[in-house]
Design a protein around this ligand. Structure first.
Ligand code: PMP
Length: 367
């Protein structure tokens, strides 16, 4: 068959190992998955109550406009309803952006390492890529600007960045936007926005008033605890949303996802609680890393990228045998590190114990 040639060198997305798979392979009964940055506290009780009580009309197509959720989110963010684009996870919005703006002859810029779906989708569309190495875990925005050409159509900023967890200050982003040509779309992927506790941080949705060439991505998969529902959204000027909507499949969000998201958005207390619990536990990770002389990036997310005393694959395998699924940095472009989702207090107690065993095995790390 006449496949796109670029597919020859690409591989399908390889998810982290599932709990059931690890249980079977290792004969363990108690597994803690700290690999995909899901919410260890689950989802809002109000969502669970809603699911118990509300019948859905399964035979009817979803509202392709997600009207009620659109209205709720528009009010929450102080934007017009036409400024919102829904996707089947923010993953789908990333692919919609690539389909709409990138093809052969077009150019796109992103950091490395960063969330891999930007490069993956851009390659499928045949665009050329410039990947700018992180500078101390941060996007090197000066190098981004130097890389802009007349063909550059999209710039990707993952903030906070996955897998480092670093947050770029809002004033740096604003300063960058001043210098980017107006006909280049800047994607601000903020999948972990709800976990930010840095008081200096300014919500980048406010930048939309000044910059018409940005789109801010948010998701229900992380702090809202609804990863299984697959729902993300973008906020941009209607002049950006309208062409993207031409590419979007008509019923890309299912009725259940949209209905529970509406309930979830209104339970702000749940998000506040998760942010605060996550922050407490994040501080424990920072202390643990410091005590053991292990480098850890300064995270504003619900995961940390932490140095390990042995090869990252070996460390991940060892932790897996103890019942903790984490991501090896070897697969994320950060050898020597593992990415660990911050769990509950109890989960992290167990993780630190398992890590202590790893340190005994690998010898304590020379900082
Ligand atoms: N962006 C970033 C930075 C992510 O880490 C993720 C999920 N790992 C996504 C986007 C995609 O999230 P979803 O499709 O579940 O909304």
């Amino acid at each position: 068959m006449k496949w796109k040639t670029v597919l020859e060198e690409m591989r399908p997305y390889k998810p982290g190992r599932s709990i059931d798979e690890v249980k079977r392979a290792y004969g363990l009964t108690n597994i803690v998955k700290l690999a995909s940055n899901e919410n260890p506290y689950g989802t809002s009780q109000q969502v669970l109550d809603y699911l118990d009580q509300t019948p859905l009309q399964y035979e009817i197509y979803p509202d392709g406009h997600s009207s009620r959720l659109r209205k709720t989110l528009a009010e929450k963010h102080g934007v017009s309803e036409e400024s919102i684009l829904f996707g089947n996870g923010s993953d789908e919005i990333i692919s919609i952006i690539c389909r709409a703006l990138l093809d052969e002859g077009k150019h796109t810029i992103m950091a490395t390492p960063t969330f891999p779906q930007y490069a993956h989708n851009a390659k499928i569309e045949g665009a050329s890529l410039t990947e700018i190495p992180l500078l101390d875990g941060q996007h090197d925005l000066d190098a981004f600007l130097d890389a802009v050409t007349k063909d550059t159509a999209v710039i990707w900023i993952c903030n906070p960045n996955n897998p480092t967890g670093n947050l770029m200050p809002a004033d740096k982003v604003a300063d960058f936007l001043k210098k980017v040509p107006e006909d280049v779309l800047v994607v601000l992927d903020e999948a972990y926005f709800e976990y930010i506790t840095d008081e200096q941080h300014v919500d980048s949705i406010s930048l939309l008033e000044q910059y018409k060439n940005i789109i801010v991505l948010r998701t229900f998969s992380k702090a809202y605890g609804l990863a299984s529902m697959r729902l993300g959204y973008g906020i941009a000027d209607p002049a950006v949303v309208t062409p993207l909507n031409k590419v979007r499949n008509p019923f890309n969000n299912n009725s259940l996802a949209v209905a529970v998201a509406e309930v979830a958005v209104l339970d702000e207390e749940f998000i506040d609680t998760c942010r605060s619990l996550n922050d407490q536990q994040r501080n424990r990770f920072a202390k643990f890393a410091e005590q053991h002389g292990l480098h850890m990036f300064d995270s504003q997310t619900n995961f940390v990228l932490m140095q390990v005393p042995v090869d990252a694959d070996e460390a991940s395998e060892f932790l897996l045998q103890q019942g903790y699924i984490v991501r090896s940095g070897n697969a994320l472009g950060t050898p020597g590190y593992i990415r660990v989702t911050i769990g509950t207090e109890q989960q992290n107690d167990g993780f630190f114990e398992a890590f202590d065993e790893l340190l005994k095995k690998g010898g304590s790390h020379e900082a």
